[in-house]
Ligand binder design. Structure first.
Ligand SMILES: Nc1ncnc2c1ncn2[C@@H]1O[C@H](COP(=O)(O)OP(=O)(O)O)[C@@H](O)[C@H]1O
Ligand SMILES: [Mg+2]
Length: 284
C-alpha cells in the first residue's frame, strides 16, 4: 500500500458503541513534511479522526476498522505497548486546551523532563539541553526561573507553547494539532499559527492541522481536507478550495466566510423599527 513514500496513509471507518458510523471510509494521505488541514464543523468527527490516527480510540471503546499505515507500519495492528513507544516520539498530538493538558501540580521543567525521559536515555545535562532546545524552538525562555513555574503561572499562549515544545521534544515526523488555537485570543492564535509554519519549515515536521476555521487552515496548509457527514468530501490545495471547490458543501463553507464587516446587508425595516423604538422610548 505504501509504495510512494507517504508518511501516513490511512483508510478506515470508526464506530462508537452508541454512535456507529462516526467516520466512514476515511482516506487520508500525508507526505513527509506536508501540512494537511482538516476542516469540519463541530461534532463532525475531527477529534475522533485524530484519536484514530494515534491509536487511542480503543481507550474510548470505539472500533476502528481498516488501516493506518504510518512510516510503513499499520498502527491498527500494534499492541498498546508498541503504540506507546511511537506516541510522543514519532507521532505526537497537541490539544485545544493547554491548561487542562498540563499537570497543574508539577513544574513546567519537571513535565518537560519527564516527557523527554519517556522516550530517551541520557544524563541530566542531555535532558536539560533537549528541553531548552525545544523551548527555544517555540520562543520560550529555558532559564531556571521559567522551568520552575507551575502551569497556573503561565498565560494560555505560553501554556500552548509549552505543550508544543513537549510535542516536538523528540522531533516527531508527524504532529497532530487538534484545534490548537480555539482557546486563544485572536493575536495569540495567529502567533501560534505562525509557530506551526516555522516548525514545519525548520524541523521538517509534517502537521495534521485540525480546525473549524477554514481561513486559518488555508493560510497554513499545503492541502485541505473537508470533513462532512462522516466522510472526507473534498481534499485539495487552499487555492482550489477557494477558487474552484468541487463540492456544494465546500462552496457553502467558503461563501460563509466574512469578507468585510461592511458587507452584511442590514434590513431597512430593522433600521426603521429601531428608530421607532428609540423615538417611543425617549419621546421627542
Ligand atoms: N466516546 C464517545 N462515545 C460516543 N459518541 C462519541 C464519543 N466521542 C464523541 N462522540 C460523538 O462522535 C461525533 C464526533 O465527535 P468529535 O470527533 O469530538 O467531533 P469534533 O471534534 O469534530 O467536534 C459527535 O457526534 C460526538 O457526539
Ligand atoms: Mg474536536
Amino acid at each position: 500500500m505504501n509504495l510512494d513514500g507517504a508518511l501516513l496513509s490511512a483508510n478506515f471507518s470508526v464506530d462508537y458503541p452508541q454512535k456507529p458510523g462516526v467516520l466512514r471510509e476515511i482516506a487520508l494521505e500525508l507526505q513527509p513534511g506536508e501540512i494537511l488541514g482538516l476542516v469540519g464543523e463541530s461534532g463532525s468527527g475531527k477529534s475522533t479522526l485524530a484519536l484514530a490516527l494515534m491509536g487511542l480510540l480503543p481507550h474510548k471503546g470505539a472500533a476502528t476498522r481498516g488501516e493506518v499505515i504510518f512510516q510503513g507500519e499499520d498502527l491498527l495492528r500494534k499492541t498498546e505497548n508498541q503504540l506507546r513507544s511511537i506516541r510522543g516520539s514519532r507521532m505526537t498530538i497537541v490539544l485545544q486546551s493547554p491548561l487542562t493538558a498540563l499537570n497543574p501540580a508539577l513544574r513546567i521543567g519537571t513535565q518537560l523532563q519527564e516527557a523527554w525521559r519517556a522516550h530517551a536515555r541520557g544524563s541530566r545535562d542531555d535532558c536539560l539541553a533537549a528541553v531548552r532546545t525545544a523551548l527555544g524552538s517555540v520562543s520560550l525562555p529555558g532559564d531556571g526561573d521559567f522551568l520552575r513555574r507551575k502551569p497556573s503561572q503561565l498565560s494560555v499562549g505560553q501554556g500552548q507553547r509549552v505543550l508544543i515544545a513537549m510535542a516536538i521534544l523528540h522531533r516527531p515526523a508527524l504532529l497532530i494539532a487538534d484545534e490548537p488555537t480555539s482557546a486563544l485570543d485572536t493575536i495569540t492564535a495567529s502567533e501560534i499559527l505562525r509557530l506551526f509554519a516555522e516548525l514545519n519549515r525548520e524541523l521538517g515536521t509534517a502537521i495534521l492541522y485540525i480546525s473549524h476555521d477554514l481561513l486559518s487552515v488555508a493560510a497554513l496548509c499545503h492541502r485541505v481536507a473537508i470533513l462532512q457527514n462522516a466522510r472526507i468530501v473534498e481534499c485539495a490545495t487552499p487555492r482550489e478550495i477557494f477558487e474552484s471547490p468541487r463540492e456544494e458543501y465546500t462552496r457553502r463553507l467558503v461563501a460563509a466566510l466574512p469578507k468585510s464587516p461592511f458587507e452584511v446587508e442590514r434590513s431597512a425595516d430593522a433600521a426603521r423599527y429601531l428608530e421607532d423604538v428609540l423615538v417611543d422610548s425617549y419621546g421627542e
